[in-house]
Every structure is written in structure tokens, then in C-alpha cells.
Design a protein around this ligand. Sequence first.
Ligand code: ADP
Ligand code: MG
Length: 248
Amino acid sequence: MTEPVFALNDVDYTYRDHPALAGLSLTVNSGERIVLIGPNGSGKSTLLRLLSGLTFAASGAAQAFGAPLTEARFEEEEAHYGFRRRVGLVFQNPDIQLFNPTVFDEIAFGPLQLGWDKPRIRAAIEEQLERFELTHLKDRAPHRLSGGEKKRVALASVLITEPDVLLLDEPTAALDPQSRDKLVHFLAGHLGDGRTVITATHDLDILTAISTRAVVMAGGHVVGDGPVHDILHDTDLLRRARLTHSHV
Ligand code: ADP
Ligand code: MG
């Protein structure tokens, strides 16, 4: 048995006086492909922020890679650095993720932070540009891209450093149907073998194309957990979580 990638036990998180996670327990094993489903406000984005070390549990126990996922530990720079390298988050809104002057610089940012040498960075960028069909856009400013292109840049800039874990927050939300289909195609083909992937989504195609396990959230905790196909047929569970297929 290898240790779980994430182990959360009875975790709470509150924004000022607004509870977002309440008594949440979840174990994620290496290589799992998980979708997080649940109504708006059920805590999916907050959970992804917690798993990526952007916020920390107010109470309960949270571990990542066998070590505590706490603010105190993150203050030790090395722990922070190691964790950041292992977990990548693609935000729902790409405009808060993309801040470099060009697509090329955006994708180069992570490897530069890690101190890779120039030839290695160049080769890795070429590979990502090709993989996500961005080569013709490499000198473009990210804010001048379409929604779908921005998502592909965000994905490339996270995947280039090969994180063990990829977290995706509603990757197809707000995309037009054509960009959405294209992104689903990229997600299905380029998530990487063996990588742990957790995706918050309402998109039925993503559920079935890139995941095997579905975790259902409501009221800041997990109310259902199982194989995607079982969960999708559990109408009673979906109703209790205030989800219908059109929601999912
Ligand atoms: P989901 O992603 O499932 O829609 P969120 O994690 O965004 O859910 O939100 C969980 C709860 O926390 C909701 O009730 C939401 O209103 C609240 N919340 C989210 N972000 C903030 C914030 N920055 N400040 C205050 N409350 C927030
Ligand atoms: Mg959300």
C-alpha cells in the first residue's frame, strides 16, 4: 500500500463567518481520476483551494503526500516549494492565472522558477505548444486569447512541470460549444499517465471521459462517493444533493 495523496478528516473551513467546508472527509489515492460534483456553493472550489495549499483547514486533519497540509508547515519554504511542484491547479477563471506578457513566457514561468536550464526549458515549451495546439499563438498576449485558448495555455503552463496532481476547477464552464469540445478532447488525451486528477465540473462529458470516481458534495462535505456510473444512476443521491442530470 502506498500512502494516499490526500487524506482529509473532518475538515472545516470558514470564510469570515460563512462556512464553506464542514466535516469534510476524503481520501485520494495516487493515480485516481476523480470528479467533484455538487450544487453551486457546495464547497468544490474551496476544497480545490485547500488541496492546492492556497487555504488551510480551520479544524480537522489534512495531509498531502503523508505530511500535514498546514500553514505552519508551508511557512518552511522548502515544504512549500516541494508541494507547489507536486500539485498544479487550473483556476476556473483563467484571467487570474495568466499574468505573463506572452503565451511563451506564461508556459516558461514554472520551469524558470524551478531553475531548469535553457535548452531543457525550450524543448519542454515546444512540446507543450505543440500538444495544446498553441504554437501559432506563442507570441500573443494571454488576454488577447479566446476562453478556450486561455484554458489550454493554463493547462500547458501547469502540466509543463509534470505535477503529480492536477486540480481542475470547472474547466469547461463559460466556453462556447466548439471550444468546449476541443478542451474535452485535450483533457481526455493529455492528462498524463499515472497522474492524480481531481476535476470540479457540471459537464457530463468530462465526468465520463476523464474520470472513474465521482465524489458528490453538498453543504461543504461529501454526501456520495463511488464509481462515476453508479453515482450517475443513483437518482436518490442526486436528488438529496439537489442535483439533476442537467445540473451535473
Ligand atoms: P462551489 O465551488 O461548489 O460553488 P465554493 O467553494 O465556491 O462552492 O463556495 C462554498 C461556500 O463558500 C459558498 O456558500 C460560497 O458562497 C462561500 N464562499 C466562497 N468563496 C467565498 C469568499 N471569498 N468569501 C465568502 N464566502 C465565500
Ligand atoms: Mg466553484
